[in-house]
Design a protein around this ligand. Structure first.
Ligand SMILES: [Zn+2]
Length: 223
């Protein structure tokens, strides 16, 4: 079986992280989430982390060059059965850089999965997200609630709201998404690899639709 390389698209709060975790498990894919990599870099105080932190604190996108360098490094590491990119590309320039890098590595992108949800739903969803202070385990008070309201099920540490899940920062991120990421959708649509998934449904239903979509992608490639 050839590898399966996917870009996950959708506004912040569309449930990309949740779906990516399922894909990682179901298909054995390498999960490359720029948000997690950046947060780790910030926590560890690396050079990239220090540079990126000032942008993230404002709810701004980290500059292309920083992100592209980081992704290139990830893609050169050992490949599993393919990868899921989450949080990248966020601009058309990043999408072009990804294509160039993949071409050099003789790999191809199989699908850009767009999880579609409306903005009001996004604000409601994001404001209910919690993350633990120790292991960065994610919970959602409606879809994936912890057993105890303010404790992590995995390691018992305290659950908090991320700074970038505050309502005013969410609005800012949605504006950025509209302005910069929307062209990325058009970019993949022109390549004929964009697949839309209805993100307004439950995480299980969205997951089922994604699996069906990817099965169809695989089937079309074999024909
Ligand atoms: Zn935890």
């Amino acid at each position: 079986m050839s590898e399966l390389n996917i870009v996950l698209l959708g506004p912040p709060g569309a449930g990309k992280g949740t779906q990516a975790a399922r894909l990682q498990e179901d298909f054995g894919l390498q999960y490359i989430a720029t948000g997690n990599i950046l947060r780790d870099a910030v926590r560890d105080g690396t050079e990239l982390g220090t540079k990126a932190k000032e942008y993230m604190d404002r709810g701004d996108l980290v500059p292309d060059d920083l992100i592209i360098a980081m992704i290139k490094e990830c893609l050169q590491h050992e490949r599993a059965n393919g990868f899921i990119l989450d949080g990248f590309p966020r601009t058309e320039r990043q999408a072009q850089a990804l294509d160039e890098e993949l071409e050099q590595l003789a790999r191809t992108l199989n699908a850009a999965l767009l999880i579609d949800v409306d903005e009001q739903a996004v604000v409601e969803r994001l404001s209910q997200r919690r993350v633990c202070v120790k292991g960065q385990h994610n919970f959602h008070m409606a879809f994936d609630p912890p057993k105890h309201p303010d404790r992590c099920d995995v390691d018992g540490s305290r659950l908090v709201q991320r700074d970038d899940d505050r309502p005013e920062v969410i609005q800012h991120r949605l504006r950025q998404y509209r302005e910069k990421t929307a062209p990325v959708i058009g970019y993949y649509e022109r390549q004929g690899i964009l697949r839309r998934v209805d993100g307004s449904r439950s995480p299980d239903e969205v997951g089922d639709q994604i699996r069906a979509t990817l099965a169809a992608v695989r089937f079309e490639e074999q024909v």
